[in-house]
Design a binder for this molecule. Structure first.
Ligand SMILES: Cc1cc2nc3c(=O)[nH]c(=O)nc-3n(C[C@H](O)[C@H](O)[C@H](O)COP(=O)(O)O)c2cc1C
Length: 125
């Protein structure tokens, strides 16, 4: 299973590097990449116009159908708006919100998210 992620200031990228799992980073210059395998999406939280490339990726070919779940990175100071980008994607694409973390994640976040990914993988097997 792959991790597909997007990162603007690098926090999400740092989180992903700590996971030690196969990952693909959505490129803002060309988000039209066909993934062709099941994945979990990890997205930071910003105004919609800043994360539209994630929708471009999801809406390309069969990509959205390969998404098993979405995780959100954010900042709890945003209170009710914490990880709303991931929540919106979960709602719009009918996938579960499987995890939420702040910035580049703590060691505990890394371990817990690895468990979530393993559980999603074993459910598919
Ligand atoms: C302009 C701006 C708006 C943000 N809005 C939100 C928000 O509404 N909710 C939230 O949880 N985090 C918000 N954040 C925090 C980022 O999502 C968080 O720092 C994230 O780790 C950034 O990931 P990245 O470095 O991979 O882009 C915002 C950050 C910035 C700079």
């Amino acid at each position: 299973m792959k991790i597909v992620y997007y990162s603007i200031t690098g926090q999400t990228r740092r989180f992903i590097k700590k996971l030690d799992l196969p990952a693909y980073e959505i490129e803002p210059a060309n988000p039209f990449f066909e993934i062709n395998e099941p994945f979990v999406l990890v997205v930071p939280t910003y105004d919609i116009e800043m994360t539209e490339v994630v929708n471009d990726f999801l809406d390309f070919k069969d990509n959205a159908h390969q998404m098993l779940g979405v995780a959100g990175g954010g900042n709890r100071n945003f209170a009710d708006l914490f990880v709303y980008t991931a929540k919106d994607i979960a709602r719009d694409y009918h996938v579960p919100l499987v995890f939420a973390f702040e910035f580049s994640g703590t060691n505990e976040d890394v371990q817990n998210f690895q468990k979530v990914v393993m559980e999603l993988e074993s459910k598919r097997a």
